[in-house]
Design a protein around this ligand. Structure first.
Ligand code: BT5
Length: 268
């Protein structure tokens, strides 16, 4: 079990050194190697570079802040000091690839719920608290032929952030410190995430329990949604999800359309 997440003062001074993150970490794979930066463009970019250079599975890249954090569809991800930005290099099998978004969302949800907060997952990749986005996830991979060369799970989590300081997200986002009324140790949040990620990732060979839990926590199902996938706009009711993460949308004309999770924009 990960240690309880303890509030600390003077967050900006908190040290995110690899040694502190790794100390007595109860994992076999994820976090055996940690690379930490005070400031970085994007942890996903550096993780991908490390993966191409042959970094071992489970290598973690963390940054105190990102200057060019990325979301999907070229959208920006704000990760000022006080937030958590990390990326993990994995070598999943091709059938496991679509489950990584589920693994990541559930790891975040489990850690937040240990703090006593309720969470929701918005298809395909957002974790919300009371309808506001607290975390975004970006999974990127390199697939050659039938093999996955590597996959990178990127997680951005608003820990000790005052979202009101950022007009772009002030109305739609929240942070753990805002919800709890106190600051947390980012180091302990990261350690919790690594343990939960490993538990869920290692449960994947069958993967069914991960899929079922993810599906049951989706706040999107049975709701009216608007979706943009590529150049196509869809409207309808989000009816169900498939085990590869796709969404089945019931359109007003009665047709059921399968939308693949990925570069999709969803409004509900
Ligand atoms: C995401 O994209 O939500 C994926 C974000 C992944 C970020 C992590 S941080 C570590 C790793 N390194 C990276 O460079 N990226 C990953 P998307 O679904 O496209 O959502 C992007 C939208 O979320 C933006 O257009 C904003 O509206 C909103 N947003 C940006 N920063 C936010 C924040 N800190 N909190 C809440 N919402 C935010």
């Amino acid at each position: 079990m990960p240690r309880r997440l303890v509030p600390v003062k003077n967050m900006v001074e908190e040290n995110l050194s690899p040694a502190d993150i790794k100390r007595n970490l109860k994992t076999e794979l994820i976090g055996k190697k940690v690379i930490a930066y005070p400031s970085l463009s994007s942890t996903n970019d550096i993780a991908k570079r490390q993966a191409r250079k042959g970094a071992r599975e489970g290598t973690v890249v963390v940054a105190e802040e990102q200057t060019a954090g990325r979301g999907r569809l070229k959208r920006a991800w704000l990760s000022p000091k006080g937030s958590v930005a990390l990326s993990i290099i994995l070598h999943p099998t091709p059938p496991q690839l679509p489950s990584l978004i589920m693994v990541a969302s559930l790891a975040v949800v489990h850690c937040i719920e240990k703090m006593g907060l309720k969470t929701q997952i918005k298809w395909p990749n957002d974790v919300l608290i009371k309808g506001k986005k607290v975390c975004g996830i970006l999974v990127e991979s390199d697939v050659r032929g039938k093999a996955v060369d590597y996959a990178v799970i990127g997680i951005g989590l608003n820990v000790n952030v005052n979202t009101a300081d950022f007009p772009e997200i002030a109305a739609t986002a929240t942070s753990l410190s805002q919800e709890l009324g106190k600051e947390l140790s980012r180091r302990e949040v990261i350690r919790c995430l690594l343990v939960e990620l490993e538990d869920l990732y290692l449960a994947l060979p069958e993967g069914d329990s991960v899929f079922r839990e993810w599906r049951d926590r989706l706040v999107t199902l049975e709701k009216e949604v608007e979706l943009i996938a590529g150049n196509t706009k869809y409207k309808g009711v989000a009816e169900s999800v498939a085990s590869d993460g796709s969404l089945f949308l019931r359109q007003p004309d009665g047709n059921l359309t399968k939308i693949v999770a990925g570069d999709v924009s969803l409004r509900q």
